[in-house]
Design a protein. Structure first.
Length: 132
């Protein structure tokens, strides 16, 4: 995070890093933590699979948090192939950004059991934004 905030070149994937970290740390079973896990996984799906731009993803997230929806608890994967620690090896912005993208992709894949459900939420949220 210090590198991201200290250099604009490192910051370009900040949202992806936040969504990935939060997806790997879904918390316990209360409404806010279930919502957080769902929203960060939706953002990963929208970015990695649906190609939504940052502004559209932000608007979709705002719409999804406008009401107190009851999100289901998603069973987290038992482990992840990459973690935030892997980002420490990067010695340049280019290496760091590639590592963030790899971390995000492997984290998203680890949640494969829930992809169908999350894809539905992600697609519905994007359609709502596009409808205005």
């Amino acid at each position: 995070m210090a590198r991201e905030f200290g250099n604009p070149e490192w910051f370009t994937e900040h949202r992806l890093a936040v969504d990935t970290y939060a997806s790997q740390h879904p918390g316990d079973d209360d409404r806010r933590q279930r919502q957080s896990a769902a929203l960060h996984l939706i953002a990963l799906c929208q970015r990695l699979e649906l190609g939504a731009d940052p502004r559209t993803r932000l608007e979709a997230t705002r719409n999804l948090t406008a009401t107190k929806r009851e999100w289901p608890r998603l069973t987290a994967p038992p482990s992840y192939p990459r973690s935030v620690v892997d980002l420490l090896r990067a010695s340049s912005a280019q290496e760091y950004l590639a590592a963030v993208r790899e971390w995000a992709a492997t984290t998203w894949e680890a949640w494969g059991e829930h992809h169908e459900l999350i894809r539905g939420w992600a697609s519905d949220a994007l359609q709502a934004v596009r409808r205005g």
